[in-house]
Design a protein around this ligand. Structure first.
Ligand code: AAO
Length: 497
């Protein structure tokens, strides 16, 4: 189902990667609702393996050991409280669900799991669900190692183990029932939908059957008959037999080309220019608008996992990151997701980060730290909180204000200076060239004085940043130095004085 069921004209989703449920609940109330964020993607809430070599890596949460709802982010009561409080302020919760597999085949045996439940990876025994060795695909897999060895062979991509993870037999009625039961518990608690992990590795028919068993959304917060929003993680950069298209009828699909291309463009690599984005979206060979879930970076490719490589624009390159996220939020294509990260000590050896495994800020015992809010509204203790950065937060508002308006009034200098509007509700100008921008453009907006929401805010009756004068004919003069901290300017209907 393709509709995110967002409320109050809100549009953007934020991935609060590895946040604790208690912190997400507070963030919904104190920040996300007041600033117009539509929803949160949460980390997997179910029981997962805990590992000490390496030390509590973030990716342990992609190794389920059961469907009880206690994880590194908190227990079931905390989860329920968070879902309730976020829903009560109109912020939707989308759950990252890992249903393709359980933990790694080498995950051992014991109670090293987030709820303390016993499991055995070697015997494929997960008694809390229960799944036993009959519920896995190994007999179907034809590779020597039992792992996926060649992405050119669709059968092994779906029937063998993704990086050694025990591959569930989602063709079995029993397994489908257990997975749907887990997801339905979350639906009944009030979540609005799911980010479904590793969909490339599941047969679309198996997914269709499983998703078809989901309940309608909880009518305490959603209108009767609402189906859960589904967005499927499929990495399709071309060149493999499995394509995003096979999943379109089930829900939206992650468009990985979006961030890979936009990162390349803002970095000006491979001769790319911002002016080439006049036809951004389907015109670039991306999937149909109504199917796309878009993002600049995600929790994998910001640290070299997944796909997209070094072009991906992350918080480590804040100037480029802010421009790329702003471009995404200003542009009408797709449902947009903003990444909210934690910092870690990167250590590149021969181009690979040796510390790509490091988990969220934590106490020595692997317990995740709370997110403290500094007096200036930024986050402390290693939480980056990109979604709170003024430029990004204000562009999330911009997206809401221009929602439903067409892409309009394009201008470019045939290089890296471009501008476009959204009907008569908003206008944005970028200067990613190595020289100044100084130009008069048709904004399509009603005359008046507008605050630039990139360099500042509209504070009461004045602008804390730049001020833009739009004439009665809709024209305005823009000057953007290539030395500016943020070389772009954005105005919208609600930033008018
Ligand atoms: C960990 C350890 C492993 C160990 C395993 C089991 O790191 O060494 O074997 O435990 O004990 C995350 C981490 C994994 C971690 C796992 C479980 O990233 O490192 O393994 O948790 O703890 C593929 C999948 C895609 C997946 C992605 C990472 O298709 O679904 O790999 N993403 C999701 C999650 C992710 C999570 C999992 C799935 C598992 O977002 O966080 O893993 O739950 C090609 C293919 C892609 C493929 C990539 C990477 O991409 O097309 O489908 O993604 O390779 O293998 C160019 C190409 C592009 C290509 C790319 C990379 O860009 O154009 O197509 O190069 O080669």
């Amino acid at each position: 189902q393709h509709n995110p069921h967002t409320k109050h004209g809100r549009t953007a989703i934020v991935h609060l990667f590895e946040w604790r449920w208690a912190d997400i609940a507070a963030e919904c109330e104190r920040f996300l609702a007041p600033n117009g964020y539509a929803g949160v993607q949460i980390s997997p809430p179910n029981e997962h393996i805990t590992l000490t070599s390496p030390w509590y890596p973030w990716w342990q949460r992609y190794q389920p050991t059961g469907y009880n709802l206690c994880s590194r982010s908190g227990n079931e009561n905390e989860l329920r409280d968070m879902i309730t409080r976020c829903n009560n302020v109109g912020v939707n919760i989308y759950v990252d669900v890992v249903i393709n597999h359980m933990c790694g085949a080498g995950g051992g045996e014991g109670t090293h799991s987030s709820c303390g439940g016993w499991f055995s990876a070697s015997r494929k025994d997960f008694p809390s669900i229960p799944f036993t060795n009959m519920d896995f695909n190994d007999h179907k897999c034809r590779t020597g190692s039992g792992d996926i060895e060649n992405y050119g062979d669709a059968n092994q991509v779906r029937d063998c183990r993704l990086v050694g993870l025990l591959d569930l037999a989602l063709e079995k009625d029993y397994v489908r029932g257990k997975v749907a039961g887990f997801m339905n518990k979350l639906v009944d608690m009030g979540v609005a939908g799911f980010r479904v992990d590793a969909c490339k590795h599941m047969w679309p028919g198996d997914l269709q059957n499983t998703l078809g068993r989901l309940h309608n959304l909880n009518t305490k917060w959603f209108s009767g008959g609402s189906r859960p929003f589904i967005y499927q993680e499929v990495i399709d950069l071309g060149g493999e037999p499995i394509t995003s298209r096979e999943y379109f009828h089930l829900g939206r699909v992650t468009e990985f080309k979006y961030g890979a291309k936009l990162g390349t463009i803002f970095r000006k690599w491979n001769g790319e220019k911002l002016s080439y984005t006049k036809s951004w979206g389907e015109g670039w060979g991306f999937m149909p608008d109504g199917n796309a879930l878009v993002f600049i970076d995600n929790h994998d490719n910001q640290r070299g996992h997944g796909a997209g490589g070094a072009a991906i624009a992350t918080f480590w390159d804040p100037r480029i990151h802010k421009m790329a996220v702003a471009y995404m939020l200003a542009h009408p294509y797709g449902v947009a997701r903003v990444m909210s990260s934690f910092r870690w000590d990167r250590n590149f050896v021969n181009g690979k980060d040796q510390n790509d495994w490091i988990g969220p800020p934590s106490h020595g015992n692997g317990a995740t730290k709370p997110v403290p809010i500094n007096p200036d509204q930024t986050c402390g203790d290693g939480w980056v909180c990109e979604h709170r950065w003024r430029q990004i937060k204000n562009m999330a508002t911009f997206r809401n204000v221009v929602n439903g308006q067409p892409h309009a009034n394009w201008w470019d200098n045939q290089s890296n200076q471009v501008a476009f509007g959204r009907g008569n509700r908003g206008f944005i100008v970028f200067n990613n060239d190595d020289w100044n921008l100084d130009v008069t453009l048709n904004t399509g907006m009603p005359g008046g004085t507008y605050c630039d929401v990139v360099s500042g805010n509209k504070d009461g009756g004045r602008c804390s940043g730049k001020q833009i004068q739009v004439g009665g004919d809709g024209h305005a003069h823009f000057k953007i130095s290539n030395q500016d901290e943020d070389p772009f300017v954005a105005i919208h209907a609600d930033s008018k004085l």
